[in-house]
Design a protein around this ligand. Structure first.
Ligand code: GDP
Length: 312
């Protein structure tokens, strides 16, 4: 399939997965190349765990637990119970099937395969036809600076359930991080680029900060379409508001548009946020109103169709 007919998608985890589920109902999977955040990746129990890559992979493979938004459906946790005994900590959850993914990835990477190569093998085995690409093969870790010190994002999210103050957000290793080979060309050639309704601070920003990606997107901003992760000034789920507030950003669709203004040609906000339209248009971003709350498959597909049909 020619690169210039493909759709490039920037994705985090749960918010992105909802839209991607819709996108692959509208067009065959081969049309999509998905660049996924790896800042949340963590090594636990000696296993290399990539939460966002796994959410997206399981979603495309139609294996994800839709209620939780992560992990496999029909999961059991027997292995985790024993791991907890051995390691003595209990804040991170890994299902038995999920553990198999982490074991396979860790095994491949210990044999010299890169994260992107391991991802490709996992996708092949699970029958995924989209091109799922980690934002980098280099080590990057998102850390939250709290009054109690520096913690990994997964600790902030799961162990502390986001109930801890935020002084700053940093991406360890980002200065050395390079995009996976071919990604900058894919940005140039893609027919459309979609920025998913993901957390702008901890899911999309790390991708944008990988060397060359933000610059490449700026050059093609006329084909970049964003979808707001905020509706009526609030996230549908997760700590997007807490993180934006901590970084002194306005918690609204306008705040998101301003944050992405240099790379965004088009922005889809919720019909309930009509009041922001002219302010966003004044940033030079063409603004569209649609129902962007994806409460079921029908809504996911409707939003996906709307985006794919935009005549840009
Ligand atoms: P995470 O890495 O698992 O936190 O997932 P993401 O970064 O991809 O997504 C988190 C963001 O998704 C939050 O800001 C949510 O508000 C947003 N989100 C979740 N569900 C929806 C939805 O149905 N519609 C929109 N527009 N945003 C959503």
């Amino acid at each position: 399939m020619p690169e210039n007919s493909k759709i490039l998608v920037l994705a985090g985890g749960i918010g992105a997965a909802k839209l991607i589920r819709g996108l692959i109902e509208v067009l065959p999977q081969e049309n999509f190349q998905i660049i996924v955040n790896t800042g949340d990746d963590i090594e636990l129990f000696g296993l290399k765990i990539c939460p966002d890559i796994d959410i997206i992979t399981y979603t495309v493979a139609n294996l994800v637990n839709e209620n939780k938004g992560w992990g496999f459906k029909d999961e059991s946790f027997t292995c985790l119970n024993i791991l907890k005994k051995y390691y003595g900590f209990n804040w991170f959850n890994i299902g038995d099937k999920d553990a198999a993914t982490h074991i396979f990835r860790t095994d491949l990477m210990s044999k010299g395969f890169s994260k992107s190569e391991a991802t490709k093998k996992i996708c092949d085995r699970l029958g995924v036809k989209c091109d799922i690409i980690p934002m980098t093969d280099t080590w990057v870790e998102t850390h939250i600076i709290t009054p109690r010190g520096d913690i990994h994002f997964e600790e902030y999210f799961i162990k502390y359930k986001t109930n801890i103050g935020i002084k700053d957000v940093i991406f360890r290793g980002i200065d050395q991080a390079k995009p996976v080979k071919g990604v900058l060309e894919k940005i140039k050639q893609a027919k459309k680029i979609i920025i998913c309704p993901s957390n702008p601070i901890v899911s999309i920003k790390p991708i944008l900060e990988i060397k060359g990606i933000r610059v490449a997107l700026k050059e093609v901003k006329d084909k970049v379409i964003g979808v707001s992760p905020l509706i009526k000034g609030a996230p549908v789920k997760g700590p997007t508001d807490k993180l934006m507030k901590a970084l002194n950003l306005e918690v609204s669709s306008f705040g998101i548009a301003k944050y992405y203004a240099d790379i965004l040609g088009h922005f889809i906000i919720d019909i309930r946020d009509e009041k922001f339209t002219s302010k966003i248009e004044n940033l030079g971003i063409k603004t569209y109103l649609y129902d962007i709350l994806m409460i079921n498959l029908q809504k996911k597909v409707a939003l996906a169709k709307y985006i794919l049909n935009l005549d840009i």
